[in-house]
Design a protein around this ligand. Structure first.
Ligand SMILES: Nc1ncnc2c1ncn2[C@@H]1O[C@H](COP(=O)(O)OP(=O)(O)O)[C@@H](O)[C@H]1O
Ligand SMILES: [Mg+2]
Length: 338
């Protein structure tokens, strides 16, 4: 179970101001499969020389694909305290740094955010769903994300330097309703680590890891569904699979005397969790393709971040995972020659 850990140090004095620190995140999560991207993230956090600095990468991918889980697993590998800041559209700079709170004594107490607590404790901070945050809040992080490694809290009137062990990364979803992050910030959030869908074997292991009590035929139907969706570049994710499988198992458990048909129960879960669209993936893929205007099929997340011929494009043909389906369903392949 996740929870909140308390460390012995509850507050610190910086520039004459007492800052109350927050608790860290206790996450048991294991990362399954896709070791390369985990190694890439860990590499960003290495310091290889006394003149070197760690990097603050952005992990990008569709919702539910495992971005937060990846960052949590990397923090665990480094055995550092983990802090997660959930970015939202109305996150203000003071929320991100230091918030004044009226204490019982009637005085102002200053509370350090998870980010600032990580900076002080030498922990790791995940800025989760960073593209939901507005430019003003991002601007307050500019000095932290370059060689200066400090933040200035206007509210508390202090400059807070980051501990040498402090590390951070940002996760970003590709969806609407998000702010355009300014270039001077994006240039500080390097490199970009695009997370793709797990392969069949890994996806099965992920579902089994989180739902060890799930029946094997239910697991198999779920993995088949997800893999089919990934092939069609539809954005159904491991999280969707976990939700539908969890619901299906609950429905089955309700009727131990008169067992429900597994197939029917699974389809009910699919429809209730993912909607009618999910019942016919081929038709959904076809509709998506048409509404996006034929030849350009920007369904892969990579298309939003990279030019088609960019060597970093996760869907590029010479990728290590060969994608032979590009050739045999005509039309899709045209994306490469514009
Ligand atoms: N490779 C993986 N290993 C273990 N769990 C995973 C993996 N990929 C996804 N998951 C699980 O899938 C769910 C969704 O992942 P999450 O990190 O919340 O997605 P995102 O942050 O991209 O929206 C979580 O329960 C997560 O633990
Ligand atoms: Mg997340």
């Amino acid at each position: 179970m996740t929870g909140h850990g308390k460390h012995e140090l509850q507050n610190v004095q910086i520039g004459g101001v007492r800052l109350m620190l927050g608790g860290f995140h206790e996450a048991p999560g294991e990362w399954i499969g896709q070791q390369e991207i985990l190694q890439q993230l860990l590499a960003c956090w290495l310091v290889v020389d006394k003149n070197d600095l760690p990097l603050a990468p952005r992990i990008v991918g569709t919702p539910g694909i495992g971005k937060t889980a990846l960052a949590m697993a990397a923090a665990r590998k480094r055995r550092q305290e983990l802090y997660i800041y959930q970015c939202t559209a109305d996150t203000r700079p003071e929320d991100l740094l230091v918030t004044p709170v009226l204490a019982e004594s009637g005085r102002i107490a200053y509370h350090a955010s998870p980010l600032v607590t990580a900076m002080i404790r030498g922990g790791i901070c995940i800025l989760d769903e960073g593209n939901r945050m507005n430019e003003k809040s991002w601007a307050s992080l500019a000095p932290l994300l370059d060689h200066r490694r400090y933040v200035e809290s206007i509210v508390a009137g202090i400059t807070i330097p980051a501990h040498a062990d402090f590390r951070c990364c940002v996760t970003m979803n590709q969806d609407e309703s998000t702010y355009e992050i300014p270039d001077y910030i994006l240039s500080r959030l390097q490199p970009t680590l695009p997370l793709g869908f797990p392969n069949r074997q890994d996806e099965m292991a992920i579902l089994k890891y989180h739902l060890p009590f799930a029946e094997s035929d239910m697991l198999a139907m779920t993995v088949d569904f997800l893999q089919h969706a990934h092939e069609l570049k539809l954005d159904f994710s491991p999280r969707d699979g976990l939700n539908l499988l969890r619901y299906a198992m609950k429905r089955l458990a309700q009727h131990p005397q008169h067992p429900l048909s597994k197939d029917q129960t699974w389809h009910e879960a699919l429809q209730r969790c993912l909607g009618d669209d999910a019942l016919d993936l081929e038709a959904l893929a076809e509709r998506r393709k048409r509404s996006l205007g034929g030849d350009a099929v920007p369904l892969g997340l990579g298309d939003f971040f990279f030019q088609p011929d960019d060597p970093l494009h996760p869907d590029r043909d010479d990728d290590d995972q060969h994608s032979d389906e590009e050739d045999d369903d005509g039309g899709e392949g045209e994306r490469d020659d514009d």
